[in-house]
Design a protein around this ligand. Sequence first.
Ligand code: V47
Length: 360
Amino acid sequence: MHVTIENIRNKIHRNERISIEEALWLTEQPIYQLGQLAFETNERINGNTVYYNRNIHIEPTNICINHCLFCSYRRIEGQEGSWAFAIDDMLEKAHHAVLQDPKLTEFHIVGGVHPNRGLSFYAELIHVLHNAFPHIHIKAFTAEELVQMCKIEGVEVEAGIELLQSKGLMSLPGGGAEIFDKTIRKKICPDKISGQKWLDVHRIAHQKGLPTNATMLYGHYDSMEHRLLHMDLLRQLQDETNGFNAFIPLKFKAKNNKLSHLGEANLLEDLKTFAIARIFLDNIRHLKAYWPMLGIDQTLLLLHFGADDIDGTIADSTKIYSMAGADKKPSLSAPGLEKFIRENQREPSERDSLYNPIPK
Ligand code: V47
């Protein structure tokens, strides 16, 4: 069949999915056409609503055994700028955050892969936080962190997830996916679990009833084809489990890391990546433009290219991106986020971690 924008539009309207080849063709069309298609696609799925939540990040440690070339955050034990918070310190941070915003709904917990903090430490952390704040959703640990914390204690990942779940873990964030292409993955994060293993851990989580997110780190050595192959594996797993809530393209930030010489993707590339993700991933409902990394202006623009979620209030609680060159103190109040969304002619909706609307 001869490919045209119209026959791809018709396909989408018939709820037929597009192939990798069609997606690649689309990314070579004028950006306004791709953007319009992504906008329409999102409108059919999520209407005019743009979601946000009230959350903080808790980053237990930046001490990490891995040597990911894109990372500006990792330190070794004892190195200046390293941290490894005790459970009490993290509980204190949580109390402080809830005092600042009593309507907080989510703790997002991710950090480095510490050489000797195993499953028991993290199970205790979840237990303590859940006990103190039973109404707050705990979204914690990338597949990478889970595999390593289980390995330290010789526990199978499945049993580890069950233990954490019994302590109050409610979902997994999408980090650590990076890019599934084997050659690039070896080059940029040589010590990380394979893409296949990442998918296996998320499959297990979904089977245990834990929803998860999925990320993709783009804008380094990857091409659009690598991104689509990455999304294709996510689309296949989602067909099997329906456990992914959101897809989050993470733009590589180039400051203070071993890939700084590559620079960053340009705006056109960002728009294309988000737009094609919205069209291609027909079975993942939400596309998140993570504002602390992108900055609010670019995030708002991406709402016109398929994104429907901008993540949360954050309250200056994450260092991963500021250390790599993003906004230094990311923090916006719920009314502040709502104002930005409204100014963009969209309807804000505060959500919980599972995308249920929070009544006003
Ligand atoms: O896996 C690290 C990325 C991820 C850089 O699930 C970088 O809701 C760009 O996954 N430039 C961790 N990206 C953070 C993450 C996340 C963030 C927000 C929301 C959710 C969610 C998940 O951060 C890592 C890695 O891909 N990352 N360094 C960098 N220089």
